[in-house]
Write a protein that binds this ligand. Sequence first.
Ligand SMILES: Nc1nc2c(c(=O)[nH]1)N[C@H]1C(S)=C(S)[C@@H](COP(=O)(O)OP(=O)(O)OC[C@H]3O[C@@H](n4cnc5c(=O)[nH]c(N)nc54)[C@H](O)[C@@H]3O)O[C@H]1N2
Ligand SMILES: Nc1nc2c(c(=O)[nH]1)N[C@H]1C(S)=C(S)[C@@H](COP(=O)(O)OP(=O)(O)OC[C@H]3O[C@@H](n4cnc5c(=O)[nH]c(N)nc54)[C@H](O)[C@@H]3O)O[C@H]1N2
Ligand code: SF4
Ligand SMILES: [Mo]
Length: 693
Amino acid sequence: MDKEVYSICFMCSMRCPIKVKVKDGHVDWVEGNPHVASMNRSLCPRGAAGKSMLYDDQRVQSPLIRVGERGSGNWRKASWDEAIDYVGTNLKEIIDKNGGHSVVCAERTQLSTHVSKTFMRAIGSPNHFTHDALCKGSVNTACRSMFGYVDSQIGVGYGNTKHIVMYGRNLFESIGVKEVNPMMKALENGAKLTYIDPRVTITASKAHRYWMIRPGTDLALNYALIHIILKERLYDAAFVSKWVIGLPELQDFVEPFTPAWAEKETGIPEYEMVTFAREISKDKPSVAFHFGYRGANHTNEIYMRRSILILNALMGSVETKGGIFFKKGPGELGRKPARKLVSQEFPEIEVPRFDKAGTKDFPLPDPNHGVGQILPYAILNEDPYPLKALIAYRMDPLMSIADSTQTKKAFEKLDLIVSIDINYSNTAWYSDVILPESTYFERTDSVQQANGLKPQMFLRKKAVEPRYDTLEGPIILKRIGEKIGIGNYFPYETMDDLVNWQLEGTGFTMADFEKKGFVAYGPNQILWDQDNIKFKTASGKVEFKSSLLEDAGFESFPEYEPVPSPEDGKFRLVIGRSALHTHISTQNVPYLNELEGENKLWINTAKANELGIKNNEVVEVASSVGKGMIKAFVTDMIHPEAVFMLHGFGHEATRAKRSFNKGLADSLLQKNIYDKVGGSPAFHDTFVTVTPL
Ligand SMILES: Nc1nc2c(c(=O)[nH]1)N[C@H]1C(S)=C(S)[C@@H](COP(=O)(O)OP(=O)(O)OC[C@H]3O[C@@H](n4cnc5c(=O)[nH]c(N)nc54)[C@H](O)[C@@H]3O)O[C@H]1N2
Ligand SMILES: Nc1nc2c(c(=O)[nH]1)N[C@H]1C(S)=C(S)[C@@H](COP(=O)(O)OP(=O)(O)OC[C@H]3O[C@@H](n4cnc5c(=O)[nH]c(N)nc54)[C@H](O)[C@@H]3O)O[C@H]1N2
Ligand code: SF4
Ligand SMILES: [Mo]
């Protein structure tokens, strides 16, 4: 029978609304939800390749229990009863002996994260962490320190902007379709794009102004821009005098950071900075300095992200059309959001988190997300206490935490590793048990509360029956929960029950999603009056001088530390994504693998010539923690101080035949160091040598 199902794409985390056409029980066609204007029926290449993921037989087909050494790839097929029994029995023993807090759950935030958080709270563990710190932890902390909101509560008005500035926010390759389409439209309507990156990306190719900045020096650029804007009084004086705390301190601080000084640090000509500052201030307040998505780059990342937010505030582009805005929830209209399981009552937890987020040792990172890169240190040093079990749910810590060799060494110490995944990720491959989840076409998921200018809810709805012996994540967790005596926290039998429970009190039912795939709480966009913005900082203002930072013993404006050039013969390793892959998830997806099957090392032509490296030849890349082989891509399109590689390649699971051992994993080379204030790893602070073979 043919049918059309509205759902939500899950080839990455951007949650694009989709329409799935099903023919004779098979997915025949997928497109962007036509009822959502920003989708305009389109999908990105990964979304369009979803079908080839669904019909690939190299994904995990049934529960598996390890029979050989960890990582040897020797598995036996198990029934769900057997696999749940194995996990439940082992987990119970660990909890009884070492306490619930000896269990950690690593999870890339997703629609059913409230279920795994519930599981962890019910066993008495504070140790649920998400990808957030590894992705953008310092952006999160910077946003809280400036506005009192986390980054995910702040949106960018792409569609109405007159001038947008992106610092390595490679929007046209690191895609969210709902953002790309309005941005394209704005560009067609005359908006300007200034793009800053040591590498010429697709986004750079669409920009009006592109600066090949010396890697790691964006903070110097911003301090000089602020210097010019204050000196020439190019800022929005009304907004600043009403809302900003700390302008005099900022003024004193940026005094020495002249454009001439910044030219030496960044390589960007002084006059270009001045021209730019004058130009963008003419379009204020409909301008946006993008605060970044993956902002996990340097050990001082929080100050770089704060400097971007300061520029927005100086332009008065906060809560304006075409600037940045705060996302509105149903509470704005006196309505209720979808319920979350985690709102139940749980036993008190008295121990700190394993990463100490939110304690005096690590006060500022968001304890709601935790700090993933601390995990190997916590396990190895048994600090603050021994950890015994890891549940990796839609996350691959072995590839997503820097220094995989160290992470693997830590994992050797664990008594139990369980992966809930759809693929043979490196962590799944190294687990004791793999519990396969049904893919997004094969499952209904928890409700998506989509806050924004217009609060809405979307639903991921099962389009076809599971092809293999797989289950939905919330059902897997409920079944383990029942086995270990916490079943009462999971008051549902099916995903439909869970969704119905969530919708109670919202005024909507599941049937309301049938027509368009989503429901809206109200018809209009909500933008607050700029005189009545509800900042959530302690002062209720925009805090250039930050109480959050200063109360925790950190400075609002610490001294600028010059960025050293790499030593002779070394390069700064920088990384990113391509339009064809999602992090570490899609390298084995047939269509995407065919288009891009391995990563290469971008290296500047002059430097490659000096080293005798030829295009497409294999080179050895080595850092202080690891080394590996990769093909070189010799190009003028990258700054001579940097080499670049795509994240996500170098997979270890032999069963994922297309991606096995193709390309090189960045996590093998990167040192596990981090921003001790904001919480992000410093993925761009590793230096490498590159040697021809
Ligand atoms: N070295 C290094 N580390 C990084 C980064 C980097 O560039 N370099 N980037 C950082 C960033 S920005 C992020 S956001 C994180 C992402 O970190 P991760 O969450 O680890 O990476 P993902 O590729 O998003 O997916 C993780 C796992 O989810 C699985 N998966 C996909 N769909 C489903 C599903 O429907 N159900 C289940 N249960 N599993 C599914 C995939 O197979 C994959 O194994 O990594 C961070 N870490
Ligand atoms: N296709 C695709 N799209 C995605 C994802 C995906 O995996 N694939 N993941 C999603 C997620 S979770 C995230 S976090 C976002 C990430 O989206 P982005 O934040 O746009 O991040 P990256 O793709 O990591 O791109 C980082 C860029 O920063 C540049 N860079 C390196 N050093 C410097 C520097 O010193 N200064 C400046 N200005 N730039 C520098 C790199 O050359 C690279 O081009 O993408 C999202 N969208
Ligand atoms: S950006 Fe692409 S992969 Fe991600 S949800 Fe949207 S269509 Fe799917
Ligand atoms: Mo991310």
